[in-house]
Design a protein around this ligand. Structure first.
Ligand code: SF4
Ligand code: SF4
Length: 214
């Protein structure tokens, strides 16, 4: 039996998707394994997909056009390795310069630098926020869980980059309200065990899901 399962609940005529952790030993990888079929599912309602139904991989109405992605630390390391770049060059070539100046590691956007011919060119390695985002209604606890995991992963990348001296000194860069929100959240997460687990892990299977479940 899977350690994480996906279920549905009806609320005011809307179908809400949610996850259930079936086993206390579940890892983040178990959640990702349970979640991926939702991205591939053409039967569930997806608000922004063509005719409300599509596999995310094939979607042409792409949320990647405007995504604000700070990669989680596992994805950050894997993508750099795939590109055969050291971290400094990876950041220099693939991250938005204005946000770097503001102290944030955002992938170059509008559209995302990895979107090629409307398809993600690093799909199997994409960051947690990319894996978890799905334009279908979710149950509240599930939404809370996936954002908590994504934030912890992103905060770990920030901490790692600071520790390695990869971020430029921040000057008087202008920061949008979105940037400020991100920086506040990253500060909130910085000293948590959730972030520490990303810093210690080699892969998602090393990260206990229980750390994120309220
Ligand atoms: S989550 Fe993004 S890629 Fe998936 S169907 Fe919605 S808009 Fe398309
Ligand atoms: S990394 Fe891939 S999935 Fe994520 S925003 Fe960029 S193109 Fe989209």
């Amino acid at each position: 039996m899977s350690k994480v399962s996906i279920g549905q609940k009806e609320d005011n005529g809307k179908i809400l998707l949610g996850i259930k952790v079936e086993d206390d030993s579940a890892s983040l990888q178990d959640l990702l394994d349970a979640w991926q079929p939702l991205c591939d599912d053409t039967l569930i309602h997806k608000e922004y997909a063509a005719a409300y139904h599509d596999a995310c991989k094939a979607c042409q109405v792409n949320c990647c056009n405007s995504a604000y992605v700070i990669p989680d630390l596992i994805a950050f390391k894997k993508i750099a390795a795939r590109l055969d770049l050291d971290y400094q060059d990876f950041i220099r070539q693939y991250f938005q310069k204005e946000k770097l100046a503001a102290g944030l590691l955002r992938l170059s956007p509008d559209p995302c630098i990895f979107l090629q011919e409307r398809i993600c060119s690093i799909y199997a390695l994409r960051s947690l926020i990319c894996r978890f985002y799905i334009c279908t209604p979710l149950q509240g606890q599930t939404e809370e869980l996936i954002y908590k995991i994504s934030w912890a992963g992103a905060a770990a990348t920030q901490v790692f980059a600071e520790q390695q001296g990869l971020l430029p000194q921040t000057g008087d860069a202008s920061r949008s309200s979105f940037d400020l929100l991100f920086l506040q959240l990253l500060e909130q997460y910085r000293h948590t065990q959730m972030v520490e687990s990303f810093l210690q892990a080699d892969d998602y299977s090393d990260i206990p899901l229980g750390l994120f479940v309220s």
